[in-house]
Design a protein around this ligand. Sequence first.
Ligand SMILES: Cc1cc2nc3c(=O)[nH]c(=O)nc-3n(C[C@H](O)[C@H](O)[C@H](O)COP(=O)(O)OP(=O)(O)OC[C@H]3O[C@@H](n4cnc5c(N)ncnc54)[C@H](O)[C@@H]3O)c2cc1C
Length: 295
Amino acid sequence: MVCAPFDLLRVTSYGDGIRALLEYGEDAKIIAGGQSLGPMLALRLARPSMLVDINDVGEGAPSLDGDVLRVPALTRQRTVAESPLVAEYAPLLGHCVRHIGNVRVRNRGTIGGSLAHGDPTAEIACAALALDARLVVHGPDGERVVPAREFFVSYLTTVLEPAELVVEVRFPVMRPGQGWSFHEMTRRVSDFAVVAIAATVELDPDGGAVRSVDAALAGVADRPVRGRPEALAALVGSAGSPTEIAAAAGALAETTDPGSDVHASGAYRRRLVEVLGRRALGEAVARARQAVLGA
Ligand SMILES: Cc1cc2nc3c(=O)[nH]c(=O)nc-3n(C[C@H](O)[C@H](O)[C@H](O)COP(=O)(O)OP(=O)(O)OC[C@H]3O[C@@H](n4cnc5c(N)ncnc54)[C@H](O)[C@@H]3O)c2cc1C
């Protein structure tokens, strides 16, 4: 496996990266951690003649800005997984990231690269969708902020225009009374997920009833998707009992229509949504209850 020849341009600012993308057009490709692009180059699934390396822009680190956790796009997945700020304010994100590949991948792979790559089984996408994150995008026309729920278009395709870059991801911090959970099924440790689900549940201040619930699914469509709100609606206002959770997980599975591939049949994936959904929603309710009672 030998890459097709390419030139490498190292830039030290996103502005220079955008200018390079404009100059070289379709021949150019951004490289961040290289953990998805590298294999694609080696397999000649991508054959850019110019690689624009943004690593010298600087990794940065997660920071708290009011009720938003700001994570620079170049933050390595390992940094995200080990960040005390992420653990405190967006624990679902840190937990999801720890399921990515292996430590060598997480050492280099970046949060922005994972989202821009748009793999339908990506764990970071699950966290971004479930937590209603916002992506800060820079391009020739300046800055725009794109909700994660509008970012993924189809297989390895996002709303990013050819000369646009993800520069930051903003996660709303967990609210008091909110619980979370993530479950995935992989064939072997460190494999990509067959199906994954992230869930958040918020309880009323007295812990009696579910105030809001959200979920995100990977491995069930051509892109990571938000769980359909109407499937989860019956949980809102309920006590979040095991029976109610099982019904919601079943309804969630009913809204999916996954395809079959070499890894699993569509029917098996749909069954996984129900089983993992039950576990994730149940755990999120339990964590929310713990948060309310412990407050
Ligand atoms: C063995 C192995 C196992 C893996 N397992 C998993 C897994 O279980 N789950 C999972 O989700 N991923 C997995 N990955 C992929 C890994 O998470 C990648 O790190 C991630 O998908 C891409 O991030 P990156 O920084 O490496 O991006 P790169 O590979 O450098 O780039 C990926 C794509 O995104 C574009 N890009 C990168 N950064 C930006 C930016 N800031 N703005 C705009 N475009 C950008 C590039 O042009 C390219 O098209 C695995 C990879 C390997 C090699």
